[in-house]
Design a protein around this ligand. Structure first.
Ligand SMILES: *Cc1c(COP(=O)(O)O)cnc(C)c1O
Length: 393
């Protein structure tokens, strides 16, 4: 934390200090891969090729420093390598000095090209590590049926050959594990369960699903119950996190037919329990702000379809009605985004809960598609191969 001065000091140590340290240690490399602009000052110190990945379209995520501050703090010999105006933009610096730059989804690369005109910005869509993000009931199932999937997760397409009953059973085991993991009650195994877990930032709209409580109640009534599991960061000094927990608590008290559970201080372990133990993963950021999003990819590895606004990786991962559903798919960004999206959210839930409760076979097909179509592709193995072919070639 701290102000601009501390921030720049950190980035001088990271970029210039880091490059000097590697030199002292006699470690040489062909490529330096900068993630975000934080390390971009290494371009004034290190030899060798640079590769750059931008990870967020949110303007606050891109560091800028005033000329005055940079001139005061930078070592002379490094400062002389820089050519900039009134302000040093670390993302621009990285883009200008890299042989290859990319965003982390097709949509994010598009948004980044608009933010930084004149630069070539390719897309390498993020992935998650398949063996880490497949919960034990699913990884056991894959181990039993698909040789080599851990090192070659593209083979998860072969899940198409596994009996439906085994996929269903793995999900039920995960649901039971999640139930034991909860502190404020137990899940009913028979009831449709939605998961939502986020860093609590405004654009992710954690309380969108509570906009119309009556509508939510009537969905629960129609389909014999509804459970929602929330995960959030609630650090004692994090007011937003605390606000989220108290809001969720308040709504859960107001609801009669909907059971709401929450996991405080949401960790990676909680995340694995959640993405695997629920029936549907919900993601509803305002459009244009999600660079990629990865929790929906984790969900896919555990046969959990996603309902999401079309943003980030989901524009590539959603095959409507087969791997999940879109919220507000016809909406063009403008006013009333929250109202229109929440209405669409309830309409989609109606459709989704109807399949879950009345077309079980179709539901299991959808679970299977999540693994065969999405887990087989949105993983780090595929992602690294793309970096090898395009960035480190
Ligand atoms: C995966 C994960 C995230 C990121 O989820 P997004 O969908 O990319 O926002 C955040 N926190 C934890 C603990 C996670 O496991």
């Amino acid at each position: 934390m701290g102000g601009q001065k501390e921030r720049l000091a950190q980035e001088i140590i990271l970029g210039i200090g880091g490059a000097k340290m590697l030199k002292e240690l006699g470690i040489s490399t062909d490529y330096y891969h900068m993630n975000e602009g934080h390390s971009a000052l290494l371009t004034t110190e290190a030899e060798g090729e640079k590769v750059f990945t931008t990870h967020t379209p949110v303007p606050a995520g891109h560091d800028k420093f005033s000329r005055e501050l940079v001139e005061r703090m930078m070592p002379k010999e490094n400062l002389n390598q820089l050519d900039f105006g009134n302000e040093l933009n670390m993302t621009e610096l990285a883009l200008e000095n890299s042989r290859y730059s990319n965003g982390v989804s097709d949509r994010h690369a598009e948004v980044s090209r608009e933010m930084f005109p004149g630069h070539e910005i390719d897309a390498v869509t993020n992935g998650v590590h398949s063996a880490t993000w497949s919960a034990k009931p699913f990884s056991d199932l894959y181990d039993d049926n698909i040789q080599g999937w851990r090192t070659d997760p593209a083979r998860l397409t072969k899940v198409a050959g596994i009996e439906d009953s085994k996929i269903w059973k793995a999900k039920q085991e995960c649901k039971l594990k999640l139930s034991h993991h909860l502190e404020n009650g137990n899940l009913d195994q028979e009831i449709f369960t939605i998961g939502f877990a986020r860093r609590s930032t405004d654009y992710k709209r954690p309380t969108l699903i509570f906009r119309d409580l009556d509508r939510l109640e009537s969905l629960a009534e129609e389909y014999k119950g509804l459970q929602i599991v929330f995960g959030g960061k609630a650090h004692p000094e994090d007011d937003r996190g605390k606000e989220l927990v108290s809001k969720v608590l308040k709504f859960s008290e107001m609801l009669e037919n909907v059971d709401v559970f929450f996991i405080e201080d949401y960790s990676m372990e909680d995340s694995l329990e959640m993405v695997s133990g629920v029936d549907l993963w919900l993601n509803n950021p305002r459009r244009g702000q999600e660079a990629s999003g990865t929790s929906g990819m984790k969900a896919a590895h555990n046969g959990t379809p996603q309902l999401s606004t079309p943003d980030g990786w989901w524009l590539e991962g959603c095959i409507k009605g087969k791997t999940g559903w879109n919220i507000g798919e016809n909406y063009v960004k403008g006013e009333d985004e929250d109202r229109i999206d929440s209405e669409s959210l309830y309409e989609k839930l109606e459709e989704i809960m109807s399949i879950y409760s009345q077309e079980r076979q179709e539901w299991i097909n959808i679970m299977e598609n999540c693994i065969t179509l999405n887990a087989s592709h949105f993983n780090t193995d595929r992602m690294l191969k793309e970096y090898l072919a395009r960035a480190y070639n």
